[in-house]
Design a protein around this ligand. Sequence first.
Ligand SMILES: *[C@@H]1O[C@H](CO)[C@@H](O)[C@H](O)[C@H]1NC(C)=O
Length: 362
Amino acid sequence: MLLVLLIGFLLPSGCPGLPFYNGFYYGNVMNDRSYRNGNGEGFFNGVKLVVETPEEPLFTHRGANVTLPCRYHYEPAPTSSRPVRIKWWKLGENGAPERDVLVAIGLRHRSFGEFRGRVHLLQEKEQDVSLVIHDLRLQDYGRYRCEVIDGLEDESGVVELELRGVVFPYQPPYGRYRLNFHEAQVACEKQDAVVASFEQLFRAWEEGLDWCNAGWLLDGTVQYPITLPRQPCGGHGLAPGIRSYGERHKRLHRYDVFCFSSSVKGRVYYLEHPEKLTLAEAEEACQEDGARIAKVGQLFAAWKFYGLDRCDAGWLADGSVRYPVTRPRPNCGSLEPGVRSFGFPDKESRRYGVYCYRQSWG
Ligand SMILES: *[C@@H]1O[C@H](CO)[C@@H](O)[C@H](O)[C@H]1NC(C)=O
């Protein structure tokens, strides 16, 4: 009796109730399925379901709309179209949990969590179940699995999505090695960024990032990138590379952090202003200009993606003073491109200008 009941649940065609899938009712759609072909043989005897996704990662930037390609077909092709269920989810990696993105059957779909209202299936052609994500967020990078379910058969493929971005080391105004992991996450968010992954730090190191203070990464490890081996940074004996302290205690241990940001909508600019400003005056001056004082992540993104180049030191929202240089020249800091920092000067000093951020261009 129990066995009969179980089979009743497993074979949708024999089940009169509402099929239940991952918290989402599909109504009667699944009941229309003819599970077996005319010969009474399992349809998949000799028929292969094939799911295709690109092998290369897709590169894009924050705020973009992106399509993650995924198509399926049968070998050999069936004579009539078959109903399938589609499930997209984001793989759990880097300390982040697995996340449901979207489930669909026919034209009906449901999206989940932070993807709700931002995703749909492209469905331009039959058997095209590419996923469109709107207004990409910093946290959206990662690997997504596209699963096609036909009866008891399912196949899947993976699409890797990467954001073009910039990694910057960050320490708070109150000094070096003060952040536990959770405070590090908050610190990056306040600068319009997220904690960088190892891959993001690695790419930044390949592009020349050299930093002798250890910082948190998203996977809970603490590392730092060295391109020029030297004594206080692991010594001369080690090859250039990412030095790792390994996994640290997320609450008890304190370091700096590596933050990751991508391009921003809008514009970061040095405010033309007749006088130098205190931090409070700087905030006010940006507001009077219809803008806000820029965050550290916004300045780095403007430097990296829009080539912002300015030899004037200016206040930023966290109370630090910096300036971005893409074309190094004499009297403008070191001979490498970069965002120069004056640390966190006395808030009352009137020796600096300000960088503002305005959401719209113009
Ligand atoms: C993304 O798509 C939305 C809706 O179709 C559109 O309004 C928006 O301009 C698009 N954004 C970009 C960056 O293309």
